[in-house]
Design a protein around this ligand. Structure first.
Ligand SMILES: NC(=O)C1=CN([C@@H]2O[C@H](COP(=O)(O)OP(=O)(O)OC[C@H]3O[C@@H](n4cnc5c(N)ncnc54)[C@H](O)[C@@H]3O)[C@@H](O)[C@H]2O)C=CC1
Ligand SMILES: O=C(O)[C@@H]1CCC=N1
Length: 281
């Protein structure tokens, strides 16, 4: 179904690249049917063209009749400009996927002509290797066929979960931003390894393998994280000492707060957009 689909990315930053990399590697859409545009940085378009074999062009040069699906991947603050510039050239059968944190489907629908098909998507940068956890929430006019097409496309970059839009903020806090928490954790572990004189590259590999193993245990064993944690924890052993220190230093609370504050920020971005609608109406 997707072999004949043409996709245009608006925005050529790190999230767009992660998605392009995953989609091209999987071969679900031929690379020459992926177009990428950005505001001004031609060098960046050249780089993406060379790396992935996709097409780069200025937004003014997009041939709308050849495009099936637009992926909005610029910063949330640029949404109005981009939607207003697309609005009158879009046809009803054009599908818009937005990966913008905090921007609701109803906000986008309010700017666009009635009946425009919009889906809000929250991927993460692990899309680049086909391992994203991606949530989608549909707008009010999307056809079932387009939801299926979207799921099929996004499954090429990882696992896809359809959720209610009011859960998008917390999903963003957990999974959209989530990889950064694990990278941060790994940075801390790497510092400890370096302090103890371990070779940095080897330590990095060992730490990544440890996190990967723990994640796969949750996926494959069917056991809860709590049960798996208990299996690691021998009475009066090393893990008990480590977990005690984690609790004493607010480790659990720190992790909860990271997800909650990211979700709060996603909500805050949404509310800024709602305020804008109020002002302009
Ligand atoms: N980085 C991540 O892990 C994730 C990012 N997102 C969302 O993806 C979006 C992009 O984030 P990043 O890639 O991290 O940012 P970035 O700063 O790397 O990229 C933004 C891109 O948008 C382009 N751009 C800005 N204004 C534009 C306009 N008017 N028309 C066309 N292109 C324009 C810029 O030139 C740049 O290429 C954000 O809305 C963010 O919420 C969503 C999930 C995860
Ligand atoms: O930091 C951000 O705002 C984006 C959205 C989720 C991950 N990165």
């Amino acid at each position: 179904m997707l072999q004949k689909t043409t996709i245009a990315f608006l925005g050529a930053g790190s999230m767009a690249e992660a998605m392009i990399s995953g989609i091209v590697n999987e071969g679900i859409v031929p690379a020459n049917q992926i177009i990428v545009t950005n505001r001004s940085n031609e060098e960046r378009l050249k780089e993406l063209k060379q790396k992935y074999g996709i097409r780069g062009m200025k937004r003014e040069d997009l041939q709308f009749e050849q495009i099936d699906l637009f992926i909005l991947a610029m910063k949330p603050k640029d949404i109005d400009n981009v939607l207003l510039s697309l609005k009158d050239s879009l046809k009803e059968n054009h599908l818009l996927l937005s990966v913008l944190a905090g921007v609701t489907t109803s906000y986008m629908e309010n700017i666009l002509h009635e009946g425009q098909q919009v889906i809000r998507v929250m991927p993460n940068t692990s899309s680049a290797i086909g391992e994203s956890a991606t949530a989608i929430s549909k707008g009010s006019s999307v056809t079932e066929a387009n939801i299926q097409l979207t799921k099929q496309l996004l499954e090429s970059i990882g696992k896809v979960y359809e959720i209610e839009e009011d859960k998008m903020d917390i999903f963003t806090g957990l999974a959209g931003s989530g990889p950064a928490y694990f990278y941060y954790l790994m940075e801390q572990m790497e510092s400890v390894a370096a302090e103890a004189g371990l070779h940095v590259e080897t330590a990095r590999e060992m730490i990544a393998q440890t996190i990967l193993g723990a994640a796969k245990m949750v996926q494959i064993s069917g056991k809860t994280p709590a049960a798996l944690r208990e299996n690691v924890t021998s009475p009066n052993g090393t893990t008990a000492a480590g977990l005690k220190a984690l609790a004493e230093h607010g480790g659990g609370e720190a992790i909860s707060q990271a997800a909650k504050q990211a979700a709060r920020r996603s909500k805050e971005i949404s509310s800024q957009f709602i305020e804008k609608v109020k002002v302009t109406n």
